[in-house]
Design a protein around this ligand. Structure first.
Ligand code: G4P
Length: 528
């Protein structure tokens, strides 16, 4: 229990949202509160600009800025907060999903006008897989949004999440007057384009006070009284235990751009969000307080300079203390490695660090030793589980256009897929290379980077598959027979696991029915 003081003051989380709901804006407000930045506009949005001349050139530009904002570390009220950034573009969703394996909780931003959107649903599915505690921030209350009760119902139903309002809004859009804090019974008054300050906060112990009518008008005061009575009756105090078990999600209303309702959110976050939690490995659960260091790689970022193939591997520390220039065991490669220049991501500077504790993320220079999901330990043989690959949605055959550059192509594809840019499948019993991605953009990126960084040119031929399923069976023979009978559909992933590529839902269901001894999975642990 050597480092419990360090561990208890850390909180590692991500802000997630459907693009445009306000993730970047909220991130910036958090950083302002933490003193990590001084001015609004300092955080570069990592989303692809709407009118970019070429999307993948824009991605290259983004790659330049996104290392710096990958992890934002700041202090607030003696709490050390590691905020992990997630890509804004849906084509890079898998990168986001993997980042979620490295956090202990999330803040989910929902646009009050649009409600639950496509990406919100998918992100929550990933959070549910790992029972990640969620705090919801309903943003853009300064716009005419949905009815607040309807919105709560929509979120509960669509995201299968039990909500617990912590603040309650008085109207929305041009009639938005503020939020009432159900926890400490104070009213925060909203004035458009003015930063909320202490003067805008009124303590309203008893809602029947006339002061409320004076401030918000009789009609809205009465509506608030009615709403709060209803809410108090239904919800009561926040069951923090249930939040930590990811059963209940506290909800805040506000407007990130106006920095309104954000402090309430942050104050609650540091009060209730979990510190680094125990994590499952292939052998046992590892406590963060264990003396010995362990951690895993959840993201790999290629260097922008094509002459240097250096990459940065992002290590989440899970237990013990990570120290510079110390040998650690690389479990997959069965060799010991050490790092002379590990760096932390404090604010926007990259600083070489001497040590790091559970919850921290360390950037390691890598010359090709790491794959996503790799584990480092102080000697013990286990790997962290729960860093899966997810089924891609688009599949294309990779065709080499320049036979003189076959080696370069192979190396490039291997390195790009190690980075997690896309997934590589090889036809079972053959040599066809099939690339699986979440979005079209990634194919453009691969083609561009193979040429720029490896001098290899390729072309893609679209394949008619819609999902990849990792297949397993208790009976190895059954699995092999199935693979033999379906040569067109069976591929292996880069770790040699069997994967069935389905043309449609119908085909998938038929195979499921016809092969009861085989299990079809939409995700895989990267290590088996
Ligand atoms: P994202 O990272 O989730 O994609 O969203 P981001 O913060 O970039 O916000 C998306 C848009 O919504 C931005 O406008 C931003 O200014 C706006 N926004 C964020 N919070 C609020 C809010 O509380 N109220 C209102 N009305 N708007 C909000 P944009 O025009 O796309 O970009 P910009 O030109 O303002 O940067």
């Amino acid at each position: 229990m050597k480092y419990s003081k360090e561990i208890n003051r850390r909180k590692t989380f991500a802000i997630i949202s459907h693009p445009d709901a306000g993730k970047t804006t909220l991130t910036e407000k958090f950083l302002l509160f933490g003193g990590a930045i001084q001015t609004a506009g300092a955080v570069k949005s990592n989303k692809i600009k709407k009118h970019a001349t070429s999307d993948f050139m824009e991605i290259e530009r983004q790659r330049g800025i996104s290392v710096a904002t990958s992890v934002m570390t700041f202090e607030y009220e003696n709490t050390l907060i590691n905020l992990l950034d997630t890509p804004g573009h849906k084509d890079f969703a898998e990168d986001t999903y993997r980042t979620l394996t490295a956090v202990d909780s999330v803040v989910l931003v929902i646009d009050s006008v649009n409600g639950v959107e496509e990406q919100t649903r998918r992100l929550m599915e990933v959070c549910r897989m790992r029972d990640t505690p969620v705090i919801v921030f309903i943003n853009k209350m300064d716009r005419d949004g949905k009815n607040r009760f309807d919105l709560l119902e929509e979120i509960e139903n669509e995201l299968k999440l039990q909500l617990h309002p912590m603040t309650w809004p008085i109207n929305s859009g041009k009639d938005f007057k503020g939020v009432y804090n159900l926890h400490d019974k104070s009213l925060l008054l909203f004035t458009a384009n003015t930063k909320a300050s202490d003067e805008n906060t009124l303590l309203i112990k008893d809602l029947s006070t006339k002061e409320l009518d004076e401030k918000v008008g009789e009609k809205d005061a009465n509506q608030l009284r009615e709403d709060v009575e209803l809410l108090d009756g239904v919800y009561g105090e926040l069951p923090v235990d249930e939040y930590l078990k990811a059963k209940v999600a506290p909800v805040f209303f506000g407007s990130a751009i106006n920095n309104f309702g954000v402090k309430e959110l942050l104050d609650t976050f540091i009060r209730i969000a979990p510190s680094p939690l125990p994590r499952e490995t292939s052998v046992r659960e590892v406590e963060p307080t264990e003396d010995k260091f362990s951690g895993f790689i959840f993201k790999i970022h290629a260097n922008l300079d094509p002459k240097h193939r250096d990459r940065i591997a992002f290590l989440r520390v899970c237990s013990g203390k990570f120290a510079r220039n110390t040998y650690y065991h690389h479990v997959r490669l069965e060799k010991d490695v050490r790092f002379s220049n590990p760096y932390s991501f404090l604010a926007r500077d990259k600083d070489v660090i001497e040590e790091a504790f559970p919850g921290d993320v360390v950037g390691l220079f890598d010359t090709g030793n790491f794959k996503i999901g790799d584990t480092l330990t102080e000697g013990e043989d286990f790997y962290y589980t729960g860093v899966p690959s997810f089924s891609p949605e688009l599949f294309k055959e990779l065709v080499n256009k320049d036979p003189m550059k076959t080696k370069q192509l192979e190396k490039g594809v291997r390195q790009l897929t190690d980075e997690g840019v896309a997934q590589l499948f090889t036809q079972h019993g053959g040599n066809r290379k099939i690339i699986g991605c979440v979005g079209e953009l990634q194919f453009e990126v691969i083609q561009y980077r193979l040429l720029q960084e490896y001098g290899a040119s390729c072309q893609f031929n679209t394949l008619p598959f819609f999902k990849a399923c990792w297949i397993t069976s208790d009976d190895q023979k059954k699995l092999e027979d199935f693979a033999r009978f379906k040569p067109q559909n069976i591929v292996t992933d880069k770790d040699g696991n069997f994967v069935y590529l389905a043309q449609s839902e119908w085909f998938l269901n038929t195979e499921r029915t016809n092969n009861p001894g085989i299990e079809f999975h939409f995700t895989s642990e990267i290590h088996k």
